[in-house]
Ligand binder design. Structure first.
Ligand SMILES: [Zn+2]
Length: 700
């Protein structure tokens, strides 16, 4: 009995470890770094207290803007508004709210236990550091104000977004390190992870660094006034661009580091973070969206339970004095803090609040770690709410799974299974049908071509392929490939053995950089694409000087450049009659078509079909993810793109999309009757039983 229990326990541990490893959200949370968080926070404190209406505040906004861009959140924008402090007339008493009972805190909570004094330091001489006193000396003046934000654009729901905020202004003659450098650095660190090139979200996320919080939430109020009515409007119409996506929630971060417990009877506070410190997630029970906000708060609580490394979360109903307040009657709104704002911060639990001691050096790693745990909480919750996932094979990902095709008349029957053949390949490109009905494709990184037979068994077809990527057969039955090993890039014959030959390796004296895909015409001429260096290749100092282009290699001739000015040409295909050439543009909105002239060159470039969707990547570049191309016996075109296999009629109308659990890279019809569509991507291979039949006049 005891033995059985032990085995059970071990099995459970192993299963948990595997689940953790395969969880992309855990992988994203792990990318949040304490040292990067601290570096951003330290960077903010170079501008002193960043008080609104000063040069140091404006310089801090410029710095935040540059940092966001450096983190990959490149589409920064500014909200502009005018700030005039409310006039003070000593003759008329302020129309203040009726006084609260002594034990009642702002936001609705009840004070208990010891309280220490709070307030804003306004005495410059209370700052003993002469340099910091000097840095903070310029007084605030009324007038125009700005605040900066950047947006992660969703792939499938770019019209909906969560707003994630913190305020960047402070006061009190310190460095506003905790209030609210801690929240600002948190939002920027979360923005950094979401802006990684391999992170995709279905919905959008806006990262906002509010100004004028300390004067009464004026920056957040200005945002609501100016932008509430713009929600969900596509501009220009048909562009799939939404300057103000519809708000799904507002999540504010303010004072994220210091939870040292209740003041002692003498008003002093422990110098150490209490080990049971927590992240307080608050909603306002008296707001119009109280029920929805409460739900959001508990969602954050659960994200913390599952993903935060050290400190737990606590949920409370008394959200107050926060940039989420102007949103709380419109959308679900919550605020994350080191302590409850009303009953704890309001009772003097943080002795550095609005004081000269709110400086970077005041805090220890135990404090910074509370901020990091709040970042883990927010990132994990947002990743789930926005449908975040990791593309690319460099991080552990969940196993590929079967999906189901929708009905596309004449193409595929409703409910047809998109079946996983196998995962774990090292690169998946260049699929092409063989005369015997099997399929071969390239494992580019493994320098190999792999064969899949009708039963889904895999075997090695060819090794030492010189990094072959795209594949095609010529009329003589020779296998021609795009070969990508640096220094040996070329278009050449690699099979059968003994017939190896170079068809083209340069243009105008320059070697090709990393050609991608190809198609061979009946005469034996080869069309191929050169996408130009990708960001990684550019960073590594790509050898090519050749811009993105499409080339034609006539039989026994030299490469001719036949098209350029395409952002990123990728998959390439000829029509059945070979009078039209189709080219996928990975960074464009349209599948392109050209008329083929008798000499093989092309003209009459046109937008043939609009891809179903696309998004801006981390560098702010539009990407459709359009990669490989296939054609069927009716002239329909099949595009491997980030959303799945997009099917277009011979006239360019979008007929439907077959979803996959991996973003596909390339595809081909194969099988004895050419009615099986094979799709490869991100290390996995899939097959789909089609109604449509691949074009039989060419292997591809
Ligand atoms: Zn604050």
């Amino acid at each position: 009995m005891r033995f059985v229990l032990l085995v059970g326990a071990v099995g459970l541990v192993a299963a948990t470890a595997v689940a953790q490893e395969a969880d992309p959200i855990a992988a994203m949370v792990q990318r949040l770094e304490l040292e990067k968080y601290k570096a951003t926070l330290k960077g903010l404190t170079q501008f002193g207290d960043r008080r609104q209406g000063t040069d140091r505040n404006r310089a801090a906004i410029d710095w935040i803007d540059q940092q966001l861009k450096a983190f990959g959140c490149t589409n920064t924008e500014r909200l502009k508004y005018e700030y005039q402090p409310p006039p003070r007339n000593p003759d008329t008493p302020a129309t203040a709210a009726p006084p609260r009972p002594r034990d009642q805190a702002q936001g609705g909570g009840r004070f208990r236990g010891n309280r220490a004094r709070t307030g804003v330091n306004t005495d410059p001489m209370a700052q003993p550091d002469v340099k910091l006193r000097e840095l903070n000396s310029q007084p605030t003046t009324p007038g125009p104000r700005e605040e900066v934000y950047c947006t992660k654009i969703g792939t499938t729901r770019p019209d909906e977004m969560y707003i994630v905020g913190a305020h960047m202004d402070g006061h009190g003659w310190g460095e506003a390190a905790n209030d609210d450098g801690s929240g600002t650095a948190l939002v920027m660190e979360v923005a950094r992870v979401f802006s990684s090139p391999d992170v995709q979200t279905e919905r959008s996320i806006r990262f906002v660094l509010w100004n004028n919080e300390e004067t009464g939430l004026n920056g957040a109020r200005a945002y609501v006034e100016q932008r509430q009515a713009l929600q969900g409007k596509e501009d220009p119409p048909g562009s799939r661009r939404y300057p103000e996506p519809r708000w799904l929630g507002m999540i504010q971060h303010d004072m994220m580091m210091f939870d040292h417990g209740m003041p002692r009877a003498d008003g002093t506070v422990s110098p150490e973070q209490r080990p049971e410190a927590d992240v307080n997630v608050e909603f306002q029970v008296n707001s119009k969206m109280a029920a929805e906000s409460q739900k959001l708060a508990w969602f954050f609580y659960q994200a913390n339970e599952k993903y935060a490394t050290d400190y737990p979360a606590a949920v409370g109903p008394h959200m107050t004095n926060t940039d989420s307040t102007p949103f709380m009657d419109i959308v679900p709104a919550i605020s994350l803090r080191e302590n409850e704002r009303g009953t704890q911060v309001g009772a003097g639990w943080d002795p550095h609040w609005h004081q000269p001691t709110d400086r970077y050096d005041t805090f220890s790693d135990k404090d910074f770690r509370l901020g990091l745990n709040a970042a883990q909480t927010t990132l994990a919750a947002l990743a789930q709410l926005t449908g975040a996932r990791l593309t690319g094979g460099q991080t552990p990902q969940a196993p590929a799974t079967d999906t189901v095709a929708p009905a596309i008349p004449g193409v595929v029957a409703a409910g047809t299974k998109v079946q996983v053949i196998k995962s774990g390949f090292e690169g998946t490109e260049g699929p092409i049908g063989m005369p015997d009905g099997s399929l071969i494709f390239t494992e580019t990184q493994a320098n190999r071509i792999t064969r899949i037979d009708a039963n889904g068994n895999t075997s090695t077809f060819l090794e030492n392929t010189n990094g072959s990527n795209g594949l095609a057969f010529d009329a003589k039955g020779r296998l021609v490939s795009v070969q990508t090993v640096p220094g040996q890039t070329k278009i050449g014959v690699i099979y059968p053995k003994g017939s190896e030959a170079t068809l083209a390796d340069s243009f105008d004296g320059s070697p090709f950089g990393r050609p991608n895909d190809l198609v061979v015409d009946r005469k034996g001429g080869v069309y191929f694409t050169e996408p130009g260096p990708n960001p990684q290749q550019a960073a590594a100092g790509s050898s090519t000087t050749l811009p993105p282009a499409v080339y034609y290699v006539p039989p026994r001739g030299k490469a001719i450049k036949i098209a350029d000015g395409i952002e990123r040409p990728n998959g390439i295909m000829l029509s059945r009659d070979e009078k039209t050439l189709y080219v996928n543009n990975s960074n464009g909105e349209y599948l392109l078509a050209f008329d083929v002239k008798p000499d093989g060159t092309v003209g009459n470039r046109r937008n043939f079909a609009k891809y179903e969707s696309g998004s801006k990547n981390a560098a702010g570049v539009f990407t459709s993810g359009a990669d490989g191309l296939a054609i069927d016996s009716e002239g329909r075109l099949y595009v491997a793109a980030s959303t799945g296999v997009q099917v277009f009629s011979p006239k360019g109308e979008h007929l439907g999309t077959i979803p996959l659990s991996r973003a596909p890279q390339n595809l081909a019809f194969a099988g004895p009757d050419k009615k099986t569509l094979y799709v490869v991507g991100r290390g996995s291979a899939f097959k789909i039983q089609m109604q449509a039949q691949g074009y039989q006049g060419r292997a591809k």
